[in-house]
Write a protein that binds this ligand. Structure first.
Ligand SMILES: [Zn+2]
Length: 374
């Protein structure tokens, strides 16, 4: 119990810090605040979207000074297969934040529409298994669903319509993997697929459900684990922090991200923490060294076609020394995006060429947490 108490004390720090941040935001008329408000009221251009991401990142860089672990120390822990947890979450922009600069727990984040774990052998399943292998043997692997999930709603409509092909293979594959009439049912189904993950070993597993209307994160089903309890506790603190004014559910009534961010699966913090994004600002998916898989592409297509997002920032960890490797990975991501088709038409490639859609390439500098446009 002594260690429980100590870990909880660590977890309480970000709550205070978050509240102070929110109060500061309400008080000052800074550019960051102005951009948050512009996003809440209307639609940001790609350059304004990038400006908001970089201004939020400046807050992250400042918060890292005095943090218990540097970004680089956290990255080394991941590379030594000592991460504390992995969480598979929906790409939805409205999900709560998971971590903060003050955390001593290191998490790996996979964002995929419908928080799907593929049931059959796919590149995405390989990627999830690979990321899970970077979690320490007594760590935790979680799947989190959320209320009002667009992927579950699309799945219900698609089933009612006779499961006809949508014209996009990635989207079809995604709709086949989402399960059940509600996010809660989907969480249960994804957990059983998670428990069959190759190489999972003795890591604790759990399915969570986030409901911003009813007040937070609940455990749907999980193996008995102190770590899972602690994480749920932390997530609920992040939710409470974001809802300090009691108006969070109102802000999340309709999803409206200004960017679909593609983050590397090896980032030492969540994208939410790296960019200090507020809930409902960034839709997300996760890329790997092998490129973007069908599920990433399905998520991106959903953001562009259904949510009207016009900015795709790429983010990967790096140092000045591995700049070439990061560039090569981003080239692969862009090539994968450009090869996507809907009814045989290269829709994303066309939008990129016409300037209607923009990609930003950002290296996450492990020495100081700064996002560096490359
Ligand atoms: Zn969702």
């Amino acid at each position: 119990m002594a260690s429980h108490k100590k870990e909880n004390q660590i977890a309480e720090k970000p709550e205070g810090a978050g509240r102070a941040r929110m109060q500061r935001r309400l008080m000052d008329g800074s550019r960051l605040n102005e951009l948050h408000e512009m996003h809440a009221k209307g639609r940001l251009s790609a350059s304004e979207s990038l400006e908001l991401i970089l201004a939020g990142n400046a807050e992250h860089v400042a918060a890292l000074k005095g943090a218990p672990m540097t970004a680089h120390q956290r990255y080394l822990k991941i590379m030594a297969a000592q991460a504390d947890y992995m969480i598979v979450r929906c790409s939805d922009a409205r999900v709560h934040n998971t971590d903060s600069e003050q955390d001593t727990l290191v998490g790996l984040h996979i964002y995929i529409a419908g928080n799907v774990i593929p049931g059959k052998k796919t590149a995405s399943l390989d990627e999830i298994a690979q990321v899970a292998s970077l979690v320490r043997p007594d760590g935790a692997c979680l799947d989190e669903a959320h209320c009002n999930c667009g992927a579950v709603k699309e799945r219900v409509k698609w089933v009612e319509g006779g499961m006809k092909p949508t014209g996009s293979t990635p989207l079809d594959n995604l709709l086949h993997e989402v399960v059940g009439p509600s996010p809660y049912d989907n969480a249960i189904a994804q957990l059983s697929k998670l428990r069959n993950l190759p190489g999972l070993g003795g890591r604790a597993t759990g399915a969570l459900h986030y409901d911003w209307e009813k007040g937070g994160v609940t455990v749907v089903n999980a193996s008995p684990s102190h770590l899972v309890e602690l994480l749920v506790d932390n997530f609920n603190k992040r939710h409470a922090d974001a809802n300090a004014d009691g108006l969070l559910a109102e802000r999340l009534a309709k999803q409206k991200p200004h960017a679909i961010m593609v983050g590397s699966n090896l980032l030492p913090f969540s994208i939410g923490t790296i960019t200090h994004a507020l809930q409902n600002e960034v839709f997300q998916t996760t890329g790997s060294e092998d490129g973007l898989d069908d599920f990433d592409e399905g998520s991106i297509l959903y953001a562009v076609e259904h949510l009207g997002v016009r900015h795709i920032p790429f983010v990967a960890p790096g140092t000045a020394a591995n700049a070439k490797a990061v560039t090569a990975m981003f080239d692969k991501w862009e090539a994968d995006l450009r090869s996507m088709t809907v009814n045989g038409e290269p829709v994303i490639s066309r939008m990129l060429d016409s300037g209607e859609l923009a990609i930003s390439r950002l290296r996450y500098d492990l020495s100081n947490g700064r996002l560096v446009p490359i």
